[in-house]
Ligand binder design. Structure first.
Ligand SMILES: Nc1nc2c([nH]c(=O)n2[C@@H]2O[C@H](COP(=O)(O)OP(=O)(O)OP(=O)(O)O)[C@@H](O)[C@H]2O)c(=O)[nH]1
Ligand SMILES: [Mg+2]
Length: 313
């Protein structure tokens, strides 16, 4: 089997935040579908150099700064590819279709409706998800007000994805907390996922659920509709693979570093990067993460960081 083809592509945004797509010309692989501009890495070429070259050749723009967003391994009948997508945060020039391709600026929320190659699905999820993911610290059920106040503070600081996790609370109390958190998150445009209880998440109309690996292990298919988010906690290659099989939208992978309440052996960035390279979905780095770890996380292929303590205060 031929080795997989390394493809780099860039996400360029206009002043209004719309994303630039190009239409694959007739006669090419996946002709007619809309894609992120880019192309194949040459042998020995660094991905970031290939990105700059492709965007210059295809659009006539000059990349000034970019960071990895997500790399998606994907198997087409014709060939295996690694679709390595970068956020291009600064660039100059006006994009022109140098190869006769149609170009379009598309609203972020409309991306899911555009006819794009199958490998691009996880890229759309990666664009939709923030780079920080807060998991609430364990508290006593009596501390509900304190929990909600903490969520409110986090949202005010710009948190846009919150996992309500209180595995030891009675279900009625958890539902009460979830209703309170739902109001707070909605008011701030943040998404709220409930840990461990898909049914309760659906009944309360939350944005989705986040499942521990042992709960995900019991499933053979996605337990909630496509318009909700499903996250899964993973610790190794097998759990990541299972998360993909049941149609998870993203995963956390832990522990990167030691934390006070987990004894498990740590992955470190190198092992994390290895595991993430095989996962066709956004993966948050978890375990001992602090705000300043975000760059290291991106460089290791992460969507961003997930944390309890590191993002709570
Ligand atoms: N650029 C780009 N390619 C993608 C995306 N999604 C996706 O599956 N691909 C696949 O990745 C490969 C990229 O090859 P390409 O044809 O753009 O390569 P290229 O620009 O170097 O062109 P060339 O080989 O015709 O000179 C194709 O098989 C294409 O279908 C995407 O979002 N952007
Ligand atoms: Mg191309």
């Amino acid at each position: 089997m031929p080795a997989s083809v390394h493809v780099v592509a860039g996400v360029l945004r206009d002043a209004g935040g719309r994303v630039l797509l190009a239409r694959r010309p007739p006669g090419k692989h996946l002709a007619g579908l809309w894609e992120f501009p880019g192309g194949k890495c040459d042998v020995g070429e660094a991905p970031v150099d290939a990105l700059a070259r492709e965007l210059r050749e295809e659009l006539g723009v000059v990349v000034e700064s970019a960071r990895p967003l997500i790399a998606v391994p994907h198997r087409y009948p014709e060939q295996d590819i690694l679709l390595d997508v970068w956020q291009v945060s600064a660039w100059t020039g006006v994009p022109h279709p140098h190869e006769g391709q149609a170009l379009a600026w598309v609203e972020q929320v409309a991306l899911a409706q555009v006819a794009m190659p199958a490998a691009d699905r996880p890229v759309i999820a990666a664009l939709d998800l923030p780079d920080r993911y807060l998991i609430t610290p364990a508290m006593a059920p009596e501390a509900l007000e304190e929990l909600l106040a903490g969520i409110e503070r986090a949202c005010r600081r710009g948190m846009r994805l919150v996992q309500l996790r209180q595995p030891h609370w009675p279900r009625a109390r958890l539902a009460e907390a979830a209703r309170g958190a739902r109001g707070i998150c909605r008011a701030h445009g943040a998404r709220l996922l409930l840990n461990g209880d898909v049914q309760l998440a659906m009944v309360l109309g939350l944005d989705g659920a986040h499942l521990p690996a042992r709960v995900a292990a019991e499933l053979i298919q996605r337990p909630l509709p496509a318009d909700r988010w499903l996250g899964v906690s993973c610790h190794d290659a097998a759990e990541l693979l299972h998360a993909v099989r049941i149609g998870a939208d993203f995963a956390t992978l832990s522990p990167i570093f030691p934390t006070p309440d987990h004894e498990a052996p740590t992955l470190g960035w190198e092992r994390f990067a290895d595991l993430v390279a095989h996962a066709p979905m956004p993966v948050y780095a978890l375990g001992g993460m602090e705000g300043e770890d975000i760059d290291a996380a991106w460089m290791a292929g992460a969507q961003g960081i997930a944390a309890i303590r590191g993002l709570w205060t």
